[in-house]
Design a protein around this ligand. Structure first.
Ligand code: GLY
Ligand code: MN
Ligand code: MN
Length: 452
């Protein structure tokens, strides 16, 4: 069910979008744009089975409709036209939309096939936005009118600062994902120890099918957490079988609401023992650091500076835990933290899990995987997700290099079966100054992890 407050907020959203599109079209010399929702993709070129359609984000920005071959024409000063396929098909039919609030804002027309819309498309210089170039050709667009880069950049920019409607959808996506995180934590506490079962428990609790999740759930028991995107779920217990033996779980999983995504990670440990206690201490320290980083978000500051600060936090954590024998500052200066924490602090979030608009410039060379290099601004939504991992392949050069003595390798090897820790929340920047953010995730999940 889509809450009424979301449905009611759509009118302002669509008005903002119309105004933004009109500006973008004028700035780049177009009279109109036609957005194609997408087409079902074959599982392989040699197959006759298809994946469900994932609509292109520009289409979903307007319409929460996961239908193939829908077209939306946007032009100045008129109601957008939406063409939907309307034909008898006894093999299959698309998902019914979760809500119908957007239809009244379009001139909706049913067509037998997408090609039928060709003669009714807007006149003048018209751009096609979509990912099926065959459809573009069928509709009469030449290659230069398909996804014109300047226009697409301008349309993407409209997705960077979220409307009130979008924030409501993102908040609801967090609420839905929180149910899944709660269910998986309960199962893990209860002794569940098979990744596939935990994944299925998450889908059940969030009432999502696998292809509907914003990204493939990352469900990692024990050492599997050292694979940052671990999606090859174990089918059998991966951890220790001895009753009461310690085991960790990293769950990175979200949900969608009307196309908008949540992206949440929690890390838990069960069982006792000296190493499990040390690992629990690492989770607690990461949790405190993650919260300090959330509190340090401020409009006008560079996100990359916040990412640098997350390395300072990790340096101190590794020092305090005894993992590194040098000061935290030295661990950062020598690049040691980068071997334990290779990814970026976070990324823009919206209609895509890794959304557009916040990575328009490249990060520094020592931050190669940072996906947010923006100046933080009100209206942005992004994740804050520091991590620490024991990844053999990244630690090997350190272990064999001149700074090997800076690390307590016996402790690293003892902690490695727990894989790592990541804690991830979704934040909206609401205004200026510190504290002017809303943490959409913590409204439903009060802690980032710890003892299960
Ligand atoms: N779930 C993917 C990410 O956190 O970026
Ligand atoms: Mn993320
Ligand atoms: Mn994530």
């Amino acid at each position: 069910m889509i809450p009424d407050v979301i449905r009611a907020a759509y009118a302002d959203h669509v008005a903002t979008l119309q105004a933004g599109y009109e500006r973008a079209l004028a700035a780049h010399g177009f009279d109109a744009v036609v957005i194609h929702s997408g087409t079902a993709r074959k599982r392989s070129e040699f197959d006759d089975q298809y994946w469900p359609v994932r609509p292109v984000p520009h289409f979903q920005h307007w319409a929460a409709l996961a239908e193939p071959d829908a077209l939306l024409a946007v032009r100045p000063a008129s109601k957008p036209t939406l063409w939907r396929i309307d034909r008898f098909d006894f093999w299959e039919h698309p998902f019914a939309p979760e809500s119908d609030h957007f239809f009244a804002h379009f001139d909706v027309r049913g067509v037998e096939s997408v090609g039928v819309a060709r003669d009714a498309l807007p006149a003048g210089r018209v751009a096609f936005v979509g990912d099926d170039h065959g459809r573009a050709a069928l509709l009469g667009f030449d290659a230069t009118s398909v996804n014109p880069p300047d226009l697409v950049r301008a349309l993407d920019a409209l997705r960077t600062r979220k409307t009130a409607y979008e924030v409501l959808c993102l908040a609801e996506a967090n609420r839905r994902a929180a149910r899944g995180h709660d269910a998986v934590l309960r199962a893990f506490r209860g002794g569940a120890g098979v990744e596939l079962s935990l994944h299925l428990a998450y889908l059940e609790a969030t009432a999502q099918d696998d292809p509907e999740t914003p990204y493939k759930n990352i469900v990692a028991l024990g050492a599997n957490a050292a694979t940052l995107h671990h999606v090859s779920y174990g089918r059998a217990p991966t951890g220790p079988t001895r009753a009461g033996a310690a085991e960790s779980l990293l769950l990175d999983a979200g949900a969608t609401c009307l196309g908008y995504c949540s992206d949440i990670t929690r890390t838990w440990v069960r069982g006792r023992g000296a190493v499990a206690d040390a690992y629990r201490g690492l989770i607690d320290a990461m949790e405190a650091a993650q919260q300090r980083l959330c509190a340090a978000v401020r409009a006008g500051d560079g996100y990359e500076a916040l990412h640098d600060r997350s390395h300072d936090e990790l340096g101190a954590i590794l020092h305090d835990a005894g993992v590194v024998r040098v000061s935290g500052a030295e661990a950062v200066a020598k690049g040691i933290t980068r071997a334990f924490y290779p990814h970026g602090l976070g990324h823009s979030l919206g209609l895509q899990c890794h959304d557009v608009g916040c990575a328009l410039t490249k990060p520094r060379v020592d931050n190669p995987f940072l996906r947010n290099t923006s100046v933080i601004a009100a209206g942005q939504v992004f994740t804050i997700e520091p991590g620490v991992y024991f990844i053999d392949g990244l630690l090997k050069p350190l272990r064999e290099g001149p700074d090997a003595g800076a690390v307590d390798w016996a402790l690293v090897d003892a902690l490695a079966p727990f894989g790592g820790v990541r804690i991830e929340d979704d934040l909206v920047v609401e205004g200026e100054g510190y504290g002017a953010t809303r943490n959409l995730t913590r409204e439903h999940l009060s802690v980032g992890g710890g003892a299960a």
